[in-house]
Design a protein around this ligand. Sequence first.
Ligand code: NAD
Ligand code: DAU
Length: 361
Amino acid sequence: MNNCIIVTGGAGFIGSNFVNSWVKLGLGKVVNLDKLTYAGNLANLVEVEQHSDYVFVHGDIADQDLLAALLAEYQPSAVLNFAAESHVDRSIHGPEDFIQTNVVGTFHLLQAVRAYWNSLTAEHMLNFRFLHVSTDEVYGSLGKTDNAFAETHAYAPNSPYSASKAASDHLVRAYHHTYGLPTLTTNCSNNYGPHHFPEKLIPLVIHNALADKPLPIYGNGQQIRDWLYVEDHCAAIRRVLEAGIVGEVYNIGGWNEKPNIEVVKTLCRILDAKKPRADGQSYLNQITYVEDRPGHDLRYAIDATKIATELGWKPKETFESGIEKTVNWYLENQDWVSNVTSSEYLNWVHTQYSERGEELA
Ligand code: NAD
Ligand code: DAU
């Protein structure tokens, strides 16, 4: 077994931030297996693409032959599964891809990893880890005054996306319980930061504000999410990989609960200061209430006590510091935004928002 890890989905938002920091921190070789769906973008990895510790492999987590070959060649000490279909609205329009990658794909990945793990020496079997990156959405929706999600909270996923992630979590749990595979699962709250695809709330609002387009708020905008800066999530995953107890689940969150409308107004005010509109008006004027998301979860909130007390992880960024860094990144990387807002992106925003009475394409 080598000082090497395999990361799946490393060309996406969180995966690319994770791979970039892993290489920059000099933690060893990382092999990035990514299918390069609309959400995967090799431009997210320009900082490391020439580095001798970085290898990119184009492929699908459902391809067991490819996985077996990669595992045999690189002999990793860990496999981290970031690969997924990740957008709730897309899962409502077309759930099939979510079942295929998040459920069937995770199953094939687990099968290949189990076979590899069984081929290791006893010492290497002991040290190997399979870390599954999951979401707080598997727990369903909280009422305004309910306690935040602890690891013991019952699963109650409400969207095809969260149901597919819940299914993958259960498979991971079963592979530990039945076969002894040394797994770790993390369930994290909403991330934000560089490389976030502009279909999600924060990058969509920044992009639309600068493009003089409506800023679409679903329903009344009072839904609450718990926001975590992506680099803090990556640090938490590294810590779980390093010190997490095999078979355990760790919830990761930023203690930053905000109603959507407050997040959007904050973005407008930051943009007003950093990049004022040509007409001197506020970006707040672009806020537009649109038809709600079907089955829209009211509130997510993570109780991150376990990872704080057992593994000593805490987020470094406050929402204020993280959101400012994020806006700066988007203002400085408008070429990145232009490159990802392709015809596929325009088709998606047309499909999603024209039925809500807004044309964003
Ligand atoms: P993303 O959509 O930005 O990226 C997903 C990546 O996976 C892309 O690079 C895509 O090409 C790749 N991929 C998709 N299907 C694949 C397949 N079959 N084989 C190989 N690669 C494939 O997603 P993200 O926001 O970076 O999320 C990463 C993980 O973290 C997901 O598992 C998601 O459920 C979880 N998560 C996300 C958030 C969030 O706020 N974004 C929060 C908690 C957990
Ligand atoms: O909680 C973790 C999850 O966070 C991850 O598992 C998902 O992969 C990730 O996409 C995210 O899911 P959300 O549905 O919470 O994120 P999204 O950015 O799509 O939406 C955030 C909130 O903003 C949600 O309440 C819906 C609302 N929204 C979203 C969009 C795209 C709007 O009001 N308008 C919009 O146009």
